[in-house]
Design a protein around this ligand. Sequence first.
Ligand SMILES: [Zn+2]
Length: 313
Amino acid sequence: MEELSKLAVATWQRTLKSSIRCSGVGLHTGDKITMELHPAAASTGIVFRRSDVTSTNRDVPARYDHVGSTDMCTMLANADGVSVSTVEHLMAALSGCEVDNVLVCLDGPEVPIMDGSAEPFVFLIECAGTIELDEPRQAIQILHPVVVRDGESFARLEPADGFTIEFGIDFDSAAIGQQSFIMDVSPDAFKTEISRARTFGFLHEVEALRNAGLGQGGSLDNVIVVDGDEVMNSDGLRFCNEFVRHKVLDCIGDMYLAGGPLIGKFSGVRAGHSLHHKLLETLFAEDTAWTTIAMNRRMLVDSWCPEAISATA
Ligand SMILES: [Zn+2]
C-alpha cells in the first residue's frame, strides 16, 4: 500500500509533439480532404478549424454542446453554422491515445473516413508523438446513474472506478446477429481490441444514402457492407465480432465530447450517436450527477491496470 500511495500523483494533460497531416476522402461528400493535427496549449481541448471557410468564426470545439446533428455520424457545428462531420473515429483515437489538446485543421466539411476505423488516426498520433503539459488531466466523474431510452434502445452512465464500456447489438442478419462486448478502456486495450474495427452498413442503406446524395465516398475500402446475411468485402472481417467492436469505438469517440475522460461505466444496447449525445446532455443537465476531478496515477493503477500493482509492489 505504501507503494500505491507513492503513485497518487497527478497525470498531466498531453498534446502532440509535432504537427502531422493526412489526406483521404470524406465518407459523405466523396471529396478529397486534407487534415492537419497541430499541438495545442493546456486546457484548449480538441478544437476543429475549417481552413476552407473565410468566416472569422471557423473554429468548432469538440464538445457535446456543439453537436449539430447525429444523423448517420456525429456532426459538430458552431453558432455561425460552420460544421464538421464524421468526427467520431478521430475523437475515439484521441481519447484512446489520451490526447487532451489538439487543433484539427480541415480543408473540407468532414474528417476523412480513411479505412473506416480509428487505426490510421492512432498511427498518425503515434508518428507525431505526444508530450506532457503543465496542467493535470481533468476527468468527469459520474456520481449517480443517468439513463436515456428510445424504444428498445438505451444508454446509461453510472459510477465506477475507471472507464468501462459494455455494449450490446442485435441485428436481424446472420452476418451480425447478437453481439456484446465489455472492456476497461485503456490505451493498450483501445489500440489492440477496438481501433481496427471498421464502420459498417447494409447494402440497401448504402444505395439509399447514395440516392440522397450522401455516402459518395463510401466503398468496400472503408465500410463493411452487409447484404442480407453476407459480408460483401472480399477480405472478410478483422474480428468475428467487428460490428460490436466498432459500436464501442463510436461510443468512445462520442463520449470524449464530454470534454475530457470519463470515470464511470457506460452501458448501451442498440445505442448510437443520437442516444450517446442525449446521454451527455442529460448528464450535464443534472449538476448532482457528475463532478470534475484531477486524475492521478493511483486511479489508473487501481482501476485500469491491476497488474501494475504487483509490478511495482
Ligand atoms: Zn463509426
